[in-house]
Design a protein around this ligand. Structure first.
Ligand code: SF4
Length: 220
């Protein structure tokens, strides 16, 4: 087994029982509904998980389909999703994306990277997560700030941006793990391999990790 496989196997076991990331929860609760996965991922950027989850819940209570959400005013969407980060920009993206899904895609969330990337506010992170969670893709890796940071600390990649990390991970990670990289590393990043003061002493992969760039760790 390669080091990367060993790390991912250990993390897969270690995260059992830990709080799942907000979008994973929403996906599980909605039977992988692509629309709700798309919108909650758009809301999640630079926002803490509990805030994302609460804002998504309020928004979906008001509208559950692209058509009904496109009919909400921007001001209403803003009020519903506040206090997610950049709630003004996100409310515009949500409304515009819903309108385009209705007008250009017949009300169905697209199932290809190329089409998803044409929607306002949708980047590769969001598109990859929709493809993995809602369209059961096994060909994508979703990279957010946690995946980017931890992959570099583990020495799997040496990259400056999440997009570079995504491409490098396709070469570094065995294919069978691709759809699960996000879940494993995001959960680990929220609980153990935190941005500052990572808990290396409590980390199940400490012996396999060169801790690149880590200067100060938590006491426990
Ligand atoms: S040993 Fe430290 S740096 Fe490496 S994955 Fe664990 S918490 Fe992160």
């Amino acid at each position: 087994m390669t080091v990367v496989s060993s790390v991912l196997t250990r993390l897969g076991r270690a995260i059992r029982g830990m709080e799942e990331p907000a979008v994973e929860k929403i996906s599980a609760d909605t039977r992988e509904d692509p629309f709700q996965v798309l919108i909650s991922t758009m809301l999640s950027a630079q926002t803490r998980d509990p805030v994302t989850h609460a804002a998504s819940t309020r928004l979906f209570r008001a509208a559950r389909t692209p058509r009904t959400m496109a009919a909400l005013s921007r001001a209403r969407i803003e009020r519903l999703i506040y206090p997610v980060s950049f709630y003004r920009v996100k409310s515009r993206h949500v409304k515009d994306a819903c309108r385009q899904i209705v007008e250009r895609f017949g009300g169905r969330v697209p199932d290809t990277m190329k089409d998803l990337l044409t929607l306002p506010g949708v980047g590769r992170k969001t598109a990859n997560l929709v493809l993995i969670l809602s369209h059961a893709s096994r060909d994508n890796i979703c990279v957010d700030t946690h995946v980017h940071r931890i992959s570099n600390r583990l020495g799997w990649v040496r990259t400056r941006t999440p997009d570079q990390t995504e491409q490098a991970l396709y070469r570094a990670v065995p294919r069978r793990f691709w759809p699960r990289v996000n879940l494993y590393l995001v959960t680990w990043g929220q609980n153990v391999c935190r941005p500052v003061y990572p808990r290396c002493r409590a980390c199940v992969v400490s012996s396999l990790c060169p801790k690149i760039g880590v200067t100060r760790t938590a006491a426990s």
